[in-house]
Design a protein around this ligand. Sequence first.
Ligand code: 5GP
Ligand code: MN
Length: 350
Amino acid sequence: MKAIDATYIQKLDQMLQKSAKTVIVTHMKPDGDAAGSTTAMYHFIRQHNGADVKIVLNDGFQRALEFLLDENCRKDICIYSEDPESAAGYIAGADTIICLDFNAFHRTDRLCSLLEESPAQKVLIDHHLYPELNRFSLAFSETGISSACELLYYILMAMPQTGQDARRLPKAAATSLMTGMTTDTNNFANSVYPSTLAMASSLLDAGVDRDYILSCLYNQHSESRLRLMGHMMKDLLTITEDGAAYMILDLETQKKYNVQEGDTEGFVNMPLSIAGVRMSLMLKEDSDRIRVSIRSKKGTSANTCARMFFNGGGHENAAGGKLNMPIQKVEEYIKEHVHIYLTEHEDKVS
Ligand code: 5GP
Ligand code: MN
């Protein structure tokens, strides 16, 4: 990771000091990194810059991430689907909007036009490829890092209120940062840099309870989630001759296994454990689209594949996107386009 520019930190500090109304936003369907970075930023601002800070989300947190919400945070969260007027009001009335863990406004779904129209100063803190930098007054963008939480950790450590001492972070912020880094690295399985381990070490030293975090994240699932995982790996997984693995999860199966948001997190990584599999895709039917998750091994670009054929993007080895087509057509589409990608494009573009 590059060193964080001290003038950027100064600018952020001044912005936060001056801001009477601050709003924090993240991408739709927040994952651990999105939930961790927004709540960490919230706790930091609340502690140091007064009380008027709101988190505005397109969708609420999945159940496994609700442990990140304390009483204050619950009061200050506004979810667009539950209260669109307030969400719009907070964004329109903000002096400063902090955008965490996304690279383009459309990733916030229904908040997109509100963000575009808001006159607020906007700050980006993100680790995705190809950020829309011209949209922001101040942008912290770093791709050689595990997560938005790790980037935010180094930003907060550089702030004068913390002075490079993790013990001076609000306890809840430290827990949130450890959580997002843990989920985005798949519990230290990928995208781990020396800076990532240094962060983890300092946060443990500062008293973060990692056992508690792991128990909340990984040991509180439903029985039906594990049974669904078995069904998907046994009956829904196809492996192609080119080294692609894919699984298609339709709404009917989701209903049968009572799938909740977040339940299939991590499933797409599993086929990468097979020798010869270069890329793994999971296609999940939603009410209005098919959500696509892609993971790849080093040397194969999930990001380029997502951009070329799945209307998306992300990181080199972990990306996502969407398809607008009936679920019955998805398998044919994948077979054709993933074959084209792995045989004609992959080696040339990455
Ligand atoms: P996941 O598969 O966990 O949903 O997403 C993996 C990565 O791809 C995340 O970093 C996420 O931000 C990114 N991603 C997921 N869906 C989309 C999408 O529709 N568009 C873009 N640009 N990135 C996406
Ligand atoms: Mn992230």
